[in-house]
Write a protein that binds this ligand. Sequence first.
Ligand SMILES: [Zn+2]
Length: 73
Amino acid sequence: MAAISRERAEMIAKGHACENCGEYSYKKLIVRAPIAAHREEFKEAWHAVKICGICGLEQEMGIDDDGEIVYVS
Ligand SMILES: [Zn+2]
């Protein structure tokens, strides 16, 4: 089974509201391949780092092969 595309992972990351203020405005959004440990532990296909454009909270997020968010921190 092929993993979802990076573009799709970006869409999913953008569609997840900030955990702190509930907004969808991000001043920075980076989607990259996960490190091997995350791939192993969370079945992470893509790793997203987002910085909220409203409150400035930095969040990291794992997205799996099905496009499900496996964790947010
Ligand atoms: Zn925020």
